[in-house]
Structures are given as structure tokens and as C-alpha cells.
Design a protein around this ligand. Structure first.
Ligand code: CMP
Length: 172
């Protein structure tokens, strides 16, 4: 074994077959595709204007797959629990009023880097700052009535998905 192989062996990466056949691409060398799930809400301002399909089309065109979806009327308790992280913010009460003002569509989206991709497709929270072509730039009415919610991290995606869906609801 040469020096690099010794180093690989000590790190548990040594593959004797690889040193015999350097032309062969081994499975562990192919970069893994980061297939993730994220949580999304189509908000009351969008459902009121019959934009559910248009929002879903944007998500699908970006390569995200809807693997769970339900149209619900959120209760006040659900909205307050979901947005609990914002409960000290001045807009918290108004946000909960808004989120319970009409139906929402809760979704689980799946795809490569789904958390980040969904946030790109949605655009910035404030539609005035959202990039042209994003869901919020195209459809949002205001910083509060901003048509869509998307998880901001994989950790929060798991928590938010579990808040509205059980495993049997999700069919990938
Ligand atoms: P969302 O991505 O669902 O996360 C929190 C929500 O709070 C946000 O989208 C907006 O709907 C709302 N929000 C955030 N900032 C403000 C603000 N400054 N004023 C009113 N609503 C806000």
C-alpha cells in the first residue's frame, strides 16, 4: 500500500478494487443528489383569488413535486401554534387573523434541495423586494398577504410537515 492508500485505509476509505481498476467510477464517488422535502402553504389571499393552480404550476415548473396536499380552514389555535416563533412580533395577531381568514392549501413538496428551491421560487417575504417572476412578486398582495409560505430550513421543514401531515398522507 502506498502512502495515499494508507491514509485512506486509516480513514476507512480504502477500496482495494479501486487501486486495481482506477478507470472504474465507483458508486461512492458519484455525488449524492440531495432529495429533500419541504413544507408549503398556499395562503388565503391566493385561494380567495383562485390562484391555487397557478401557484402549484410555478412549484412544479421549478422541479418540485407535490407529494401531499390538503385544503383546510386553519383554526386560530393551529395558526398560533404554527407561527409561535413569531409570537412576540408586532404582526403576530394580524398574521393569525389573516391565516384564518379563508382556506389555505398545506403541502409537502419534494425535490432536489427542496427547501432552498422552494424559497427561490417564492421570492422574498416582502413582495416589493421579491425578484421578478417569483410567486410573491407575481401574486402577493402585501408583506402579510404574501400568497405562500415555505420552510426556512430542513429542521423546520420536518417540524412543519409533522404539524399538518402524518407519514401515511405523504406519497412520493
Ligand atoms: P411566512 O413566510 O409565512 O412567515 C411569517 C409570515 O409573517 C410571513 O410569511 C408574512 O406573511 C408575515 N410577515 C413577516 N413580516 C411581516 C411584517 N413586517 N408585517 C406583517 N407580516 C409579516
Amino acid at each position: 500500500m502506498g502512502a495515499p492508500a494508507v491514509a485512506e485505509a486509516s480513514e476507512g476509505r480504502y477500496n482495494p478494487a479501486k487501486s486495481l481498476n482506477p478507470q472504474i467510477l465507483y458508486l461512492e464517488e458519484i455525488p449524492a443528489m440531495a432529495i429533500q422535502r419541504t413544507f408549503s402553504i398556499i395562503k388565503p389571499d391566493a385561494t380567495r383569488r383562485n390562484l391555487t393552480g397557478k401557484v402549484v404550476a410555478r412549484l412544479e415548473e421549478a422541479g418540485l413535486r407535490v407529494v401531499a396536499q390538503r385544503r383546510i380552514q386553519m383554526t386560530r389555535a393551529q395558526a398560533e401554534g404554527f407561527y409561535a416563533v413569531h409570537k412576540e412580533r408586532p404582526f403576530f395577531s394580524s398574521l393569525c387573523d389573516f391565516m384564518t381568514s379563508g382556506p389555505v392549501v398545506v403541502q409537502v413538496l419534494e425535490g432536489e434541495n427542496a427547501v432552498e428551491k422552494n424559497r427561490e421560487v417564492m421570492g422574498a417575504t416582502d413582495p416589493a423586494k421579491a425578484a421578478p417572476g417569483t410567486i410573491r412578486a407575481e401574486f402577493a398582495e402585501s408583506i402579510e398577504a404574501n400568497s405562500a409560505h415555505g420552510s426556512d430550513s430542513q429542521e423546520n421543514a420536518a417540524i412543519e410537515i409533522a404539524y399538518f401531515f402524518s407519514q401515511v398522507d405523504i406519497v412520493g
